[in-house]
Structure formats: C-alpha cells, structure tokens
Design a protein around this ligand. Structure first.
Ligand code: A3P
Length: 296
C-alpha cells in the first residue's frame, strides 16, 4: 500500500499517487483568501497536535469542539479532504471567517503559490530520529492488511533515501526553513521539541503571529494554559473521538492511529547506536552543513 513501489516521484519528492492530482488544484487555488492559515508539515512531525493548537487559539470560544471532533476533522488537509473532488473549500468553523487548513505538500511544489499569497503559514518539524520511528509505526499499521510490515532496518533505509510519503524528509524541512529565513513575517517555524519544552511561550507567540493575541493582563496566562492543556497528548488521546477505531471517510486508518506515544526521544527505545550514527551523519550533511543546527 505505501511502499516506495507505489509512490509517485514528483519534482524530487515521493508522493502518494492519490494526492498528486489534488495537489494541482491546491496550487491553483491556495492563497486567494489572505486570512487563511496554513499548517504545513512532513507527516508524523506533530501535525495533529498543531491542528488542535491552531484551532484552539483561533476559535477560543469553540474549544469544546476539540472534545467532540478529531483535530483532522476540524482542520482538514488540503490535498486529502478539501481539493479531492470539489474545488470549493468549506469553512471549518461556520461561526468564523478565519479558515485553517493543513498540507503535507513540500514548499518546493507550492513556492509560487505561497510566495504570492499573504496567508499565514505555520510549519512544524520534528527531529529526524523520532520522525522515522513514528513513520515506521504508522506505515506498519497501514501495511497490516498486506501482512508484510517493514522491519526496522528497511524503514531506516527508506527514510534515509527519502522513500517515504512526502520524502525526502530533509528536503521537505529545508524548503520551509528557507522560506522562514527569507520571510519570517509570513512563516512561523516551530519544532515539536520546542513546543514540548515550553508550550506556553510558543502558544503565546503563535497567537501573536496569527494576529489573535491573548489579551487581558490578568487571565492571559490562564487562557494560554487552558489551550495548552486541552491540546495536550494526555487530554486529546483520552477523548472518545480520538480513541475511536472507526476510520474517517477520507483515510484508511482509524482515528486512534494519530495518537501513539507523543514523546521526545522515543527513538532511543528502537534505534541501535549504528543506526543513530547513520542518521546523525545524514542530519549533519543535510542540516548542519547549511547552518541549520537541528536534529541531533
Ligand atoms: P509518536 O508516533 O511518536 O507517538 P502527525 O500528527 O504529524 O501524524 O504526528 C503524529 C505524532 O504526533 C505521533 O507521534 C503522535 O503520537 C504525536 N501526537 C499526536 N497528538 C499529539 C499531541 N497532542 N501532543 C504531542 N504529540 C502528539
């Protein structure tokens, strides 16, 4: 189902074939509404978490929606849920004109569209070793039906060669990193680890970046803490809607597959010293050599 044998190679990236056609529609339509917020990410780097945080920040009074709906149903993915058959995206909260969408499309493919648009873009990334481990678990859930899961060494090889959906990971991250250096006003670049270590100040900065800062000297801190709490792994993963074994109409895996462990450094439980060395060497070559000191 999701081996590289069935990925399509488009402008240097490996994409799931069913999303290639919708990507053309995204490129054509994205950015027409400057108040739109776009969350961009490589798969398994914290998309679900950021979807819930952005929704809670923007629709403060509608936070209870997070108890009733999975974050992916509140913040739909452009190429998966929005531009599939129809050309006209819907409002994800009818009470607000501020729309939030997400995408896994690499910046390199969206460059022209994003560069000429005023929408706010948030990009989340995660260290490559945890991303790899999370991808491995996720793909094996997906492959279960085929009864031939990827052994870890196969997953490591595929990841290092970029042969995973939306890969190569390093090119995906560097595309958006470059945009954030050139245009920090329109792109907020954040890492999973930064968010985990200091969620309060990042949520505050995110709200300011999106143009909806938390206000009120007295209860500002309280409001931010509430957002952080209602989007935490502990709270979200215990919601019935997120524990559901039902699959959404737009995806083959159940809602509960978006929540596994939600930790920093879980790779240590899986990757041998030799694999860690191999990935760190690649990270130095791809990130550190161009001045992005991240991922080791
Ligand atoms: P693990 O597999 O390491 O547990 P994505 O949403 O991009 O698919 O990423 C999924 C990863 O984010 C999974 O990581 C998942 O458990 C974790 N995750 C989901 N919700 C989260 C939350 N609210 N806080 C922190 N991590 C979360």
């Amino acid at each position: 189902m999701v081996g590289d044998d069935c990925l399509s190679h488009v402008d240097g990236f490996w994409l799931l074939p069913q999303f290639v056609e919708p990507i053309d529609r995204v490129i054509k339509h994205l950015g027409r509404s400057p108040s739109d917020i776009i969350l961009a990410s490589f798969p398994k780097t914290g998309t679900t978490w950021l979807k819930s945080l952005l929704f809670a920040i923007v629709h403060r009074t509608s936070k209870h929606h997070l108890a009733m709906k999975n974050p992916h149903d509140l913040v739909p993915t452009l190429e998966v849920q929005v531009y599939t058959a129809s050309d006209e995206p819907l409002l994800n909260n009818p009470c607000s004109t501020r729309r939030i969408f997400s995408t896994h499309i690499p910046y390199q493919l969206l460059a022209k569209t994003l560069d000429s648009s005023d929408c706010r873009v948030v990009y989340v990334t995660r260290n490559p070793k945890d991303t790899l481990v999370s991808t491995w678990h996720f793909i094996n859930k997906w492959k279960k039906a085929e009864k031939e899961p990827w052994p870890l060494d196969v997953a490591v090889d595929k990841f290092c060669h970029g042969l995973v959906p939306c890969g190569p990971y390093y090119d995906h991250v560097m595309g958006y990193k470059k945009l954030s250096s050139e245009n920090p006003k329109n792109l907020f670049f954040v890492t999973y680890e930064e968010l985990m270590s200091d969620p309060i100040s990042h949520v505050k900065k995110l709200a300011e970046f999106l143009g909806c800062p938390f206000e009120g000297e007295d209860d500002q801190q309280e409001q931010i803490e509430e957002v952080v709490k209602c989007c935490s792994f502990e709270v979200l993963s215990e919601r019935e809607v997120n524990k559901s074994q039902e699959s959404p109409a737009w995806f083959q895996l159940p809602y509960n597959s978006f929540f596994r462990k939600g930790a920093v450094g879980d790779y240590m439980n899986y990757l041998s010293d030799e694999i860690v060395k191999r990935i760190d060497a690649l990270t130095r070559e791809k990130f550190h050599s161009v001045g992005f000191m991240y991922g080791i």
